[in-house]
Design a protein around this ligand. Structure first.
Ligand code: ATP
Ligand code: MG
Length: 309
């Protein structure tokens, strides 16, 4: 059963200095998936990833990583980009990549060869012999990323891999993540950028204040919110809002409102009966960004209730 999962964890707990910063988090990462760990700053994402990898020990709960109850036993099959980046400044880029591979059991000579191939594949071949200290921050980060995949790990754990990268390097990273998935790797990544999670992740978990808030697919998260209608009147007239459902807001591109339970037909009939034309109408599922704000916002409300109870 757990073999279907690259990572399976239940009820993880971590206390720092008497404060519970992770409080009963579950994570189930199917093999071969791209899995997102989402949450606001301080939610406990990094702490959770560190527990999953065995870098720190949980104070409660159970976890297995690639079938091991001691995650470090699987260390050579795992690649990890930590939140705090750093490479030896004096090393050449391809040596730094090979060195990271060697730490995970890859032969150094094979590592150097693969490092050059990886850098060329990412469009960074020209920097293979450049020393780390001479690379820009984003380039150095990308080199570290390549160092986390050079030994071709079964499981790749990336903590905020997009932060600090310009749009071109962000796209390079998306390509790299998809290539790793196609190679057969399982990928776990934490991120604040919903657009990346929306494009890449098969499943995701959302934690806030150390607590589990959501687990499921991107479509399931988006499905938590009602559909939204975007209505463009043929001409803007005062008093139009009175004909629209509750919650309608006026923006530059027209009116937006949540689709009422019975659909938009009644609202449209009211508009037409009132003499208002329809220049445009579309109905959309809100994006992951809105779902995230809703899920995390709801948890903030829960916390308030707990405090006031
Ligand atoms: N070693 C530590 N000692 C004490 N407190 C810690 C330690 N590591 C993390 N914390 C606290 O635990 C909480 C969760 O931190 P964590 O770094 O896991 O959050 P995060 O979700 O990764 O946040 P971010 O999005 O900012 O990276 C924070 O309140 C943080 O201050
Ligand atoms: Mg973090």
């Amino acid at each position: 059963m757990t073999n279907a999962f690259a990572i399976h964890a239940t009820g993880l707990v971590k206390n720092f200095g008497g404060k519970r910063v992770v409080d009963g988090v579950d994570v189930a990462v199917p093999r071969g998936a791209i899995y997102g760990v989402l949450g606001p700053n301080g939610a406990g994402k990094t702490t959770t990833l560190r527990m999953l990898l065995g870098i720190i020990e949980p104070d409660g709960g159970h976890r297995t990583l690639l079938g091991h109850t001691h995650p470090r036993d699987a260390s050579d099959r795992v690649g990890y980009l930590p939140e705090e980046r750093g490479l030896y400044p004096g090393m050449r880029a391809r040596d730094a990549i090979a060195f990271m591979g060697a730490l995970r059991g890859l032969d150094l000579k094979a590592g150097r060869k693969r490092a050059v191939t990886l850098m060329e594949g990412a469009g960074l071949g020209h920097a293979a012999d450049t020393r780390i200290r001479k690379l820009s921050k984003g380039m150095a980060q990308f080199v570290q990323l390549l160092g986390s995949v050079v030994h071709q790990p079964e499981l790749l754990v990336l903590d905020e891999p997009f932060s600090g990268l310009d749009p071109v390097n962000q796209e390079r990273l998306e390509t790299l993540i998809l290539a790793e998935r196609d190679r057969g790797a399982t990928i776990v990544m934490s991120t604040h950028v919903m657009a990346h999670a929306e494009r890449l992740c098969d499943r995701l978990t959302i934690i806030a204040g150390g607590r589990h808030r959501f687990e499921g697919t991107v479509a399931e998260a988006r499905g938590l919110l009602p559909m939204r209608a975007h209505y463009v009147p043929d001409r803007d007239e005062p008093g139009l809002a009175a004909y629209l459902p509750d919650g309608a807001v006026h923006q530059r591109d027209g009116w937006h409102f949540p689709v009422p339970d019975g659909g938009v037909e009644a609202a449209l009939r009211r508009l037409i009966d009132g003499g208002h034309g329809i220049a445009g109408l579309s109905i959309e599922r809100p994006g992951l960004h809105d779902a995230f704000v809703r899920i995390v916002g709801a948890s903030a409300l829960d916390a308030t209730q707990e405090i006031s109870a």
